[in-house]
Write a protein that binds this ligand. Structure first.
Ligand code: ADP
Ligand code: MG
Ligand code: ZN
Length: 492
């Protein structure tokens, strides 16, 4: 019998607000800022310090919830989640528990099997913890350094229903969610900086069963690769147990990224009792429906809508639409280029040049589209020159490479390098005659009936013209010459 995985994801996303969730400290880059430079009595948990809710964080959280189609709770409650760990100076984390900011959303994912809706159970606000660095010093000394810059940074937790049925779906969900966060401009999506972290809940069952079996939870997944590998391993481990008829023990596991393995952390018996209770220092969070509607009006076109529109409005393949909408900056670039290139150049042609040539150049340079020296208008100008026959496709590619490297426009490069395509029949006739005279053997083979040799001769003419002849005209002139010679052979 076949085994089916059941996966639910909890995603923690930092919100890129200016100040922290409950104090006025700035949100700084955790990977570059000097440790403990963005800390105050509130986020350092000095006795008597009181939290104040950051309105910008609430606004950004609501935007995410709206983008996921959630219902926003007009009243939600902050709660204390109690546990002791050195990265948590208060001894509790302010989170939301019974009444979260928002509930009941969906996220559309795309896999090789097509599109599917994954339900989002809840979206709630909380605060990030500090960061510990474990040091193994000389003489076996081991200690930990605490950096509180990250303590109190706004964190949004997005919890899915256990709706995913494969590693591929889990990854697609994570990718789609990151894309929504980036489109909304609430999170950089910079996974290396830890601004998005995943926790995967995994169970398995016999296919056909509707049971939700005992699950394990894997924490500390900071990359798509870690998510994929950890979930894959856990599915394999649990499947083996299911086949042997042995029980899965409910437990929390950690992902050891260096070794690429999951390690058990604690079982259900040792599970935390967080002793949640409403945060006495904060009033219920009230959100007016008018504010929610104002925030809804600020939502940009979301990835899924843009993906659809790119196919319908521009006639793109699903593949091209997917690649071009993966990032907003790329999608904007494409649309600007399409507008500037119309009507001579079709949107699919623009798409091909961007996903093929331009991406190739960006890849080689290790650069983002935002840093490209070729503006959308400059690309459009190049493509119009190709469409108009001024240069051919291949020359166009080398012109683009030069535009990319030096930031010059197509016109300047074409003029400076004398690249203008030759369509003049008399000039081309001259090259054809030269090639035929230089290759008597091949010509004879052709005349004897080997049609394929024409391609060789065509290539020779293009070479002689240093690639600058109009290929259509070359083919026409060449064929005319060859046919004439055949005729005179037949007659003679
Ligand atoms: P907790 O808050 O203790 O982590 P929840 O019941 O809120 O537990 O679930 C957390 C996550 O676990 C959710 O994403 C949910 O979809 C997922 N989940 C719950 N039950 C299962 C299961 N049997 N198999 C896989 N995932 C599950
Ligand atoms: Mg959990
Ligand atoms: Zn502070």
């Amino acid at each position: 019998m076949e085994i089916e995985p059941v996966i639910g994801l909890e995603v923690h996303a930092e919100l890129n607000t200016r100040s922290k969730m409950f104090c006025a400290c700035p949100v700084v880059d955790a990977t570059t800022a000097e440790p403990n430079t963005a800390v105050c009595p509130v986020c350092a948990a000095m006795p008597g310090a009181l939290p104040v809710v950051n309105k910008e964080a609430v606004a950004k959280g609501i935007k995410v919830a709206l983008a996921l189609g959630c219902a926003i709770n007009t009243v939600s409650i902050f709660a204390r989640k109690n546990y002791f760990y050195p990265d948590l100076p208060k001894g509790y984390q302010i989170s939301q528990y019974e009444l979260p900011l928002a509930e009941h959303g969906t996220l559309t994912i795309r896999t090789s099997a097509g599109e599917r809706q994954i339900r989002v159970r809840r979206v709630h606000l909380e605060e990030d913890t500090g960061k510990l660095t474990h040091v193994h010093g000389e003489n076996g000394a081991a200690y930990s350094l605490v950096d509180l810059n990250r303590a109190g940074v706004p964190l949004l937790e997005i919890v899915s229903e256990p709706d995913m049925r494969s590693v591929e779906e889990a990854k697609a969900y994570a990718v789609a969610l990151r894309q929504v966060l980036r489109y909304l401009g609430v999170n950089s999506g910079d996974m290396e900086k830890g601004v998005i972290r995943f926790e995967a809940n995994v169970s398995v069952r016999w296919k056909g069963s509707e049971a939700l079996n005992t699950r394990t939870e894997i924490k500390n997944l900071n990359s798509f690769r870690a998510l994929e590998q950890a979930v894959m391993q856990e599915i394999a481990r649990q499947s083996e147990l299911l086949r042997r008829g042995e029980p899965v023990v409910q437990q929390t596991m950690g992902w050891d990224d260096a070794r690429g393995v999951t390690v058990p952390q604690r079982s259900k018996e040792e599970a935390h009792d967080y002793r949640y209770f409403p945060e006495p220092d904060l009033p219920p969070l009230e959100v007016s429906p008018r504010w929610v509607e104002a925030l809804r009006a600020e939502l940009p076109e979301l990835p899924q809508a843009r993906f659809r529109r790119f196919q319908e409005a521009y006639g793109l393949t699903a593949y091209a639409a997917e690649v071009l909408t993966a990032e907003q900056a790329v999608a904007d670039y494409f649309e600007e280029a399409v507008e500037a290139a119309a009507p001579e150049v079709s949107p699919p042609t623009v798409a091909n040049w961007i996903t093929g040539e331009l991406f190739g150049l960006l890849n080689q340079a290790g650069a983002d589209i935002g840093a490209a020296k070729v503006s959308p208008r400059a690309l459009a100008d190049l493509l119009r020159r190709i469409a108009g026959g001024e240069i051919n496709n291949n020359t166009g590619k080398s012109v683009l490479a030069e535009m990319f490297a030096g930031g010059k426009g197509a016109a300047e490069i074409i003029a400076a390098r004398g690249l203008r395509q030759v369509s003049d029949e008399a000039a081309i006739q001259g090259w054809v005659e030269e090639v035929l005279a230089a290759h008597p053997g091949e010509l004879e083979t052709y005349l004897k009936g080997k049609e394929g040799v024409a391609n060789f001769l065509f290539g020779q003419v293009m070479r002689l013209a240093r690639g600058q002849a109009n290929p259509q005209v070359v083919r026409q002139v060449l064929m005319k010459n060859l046919q004439e010679r055949r005729r005179s052979l037949d007659e003679g």
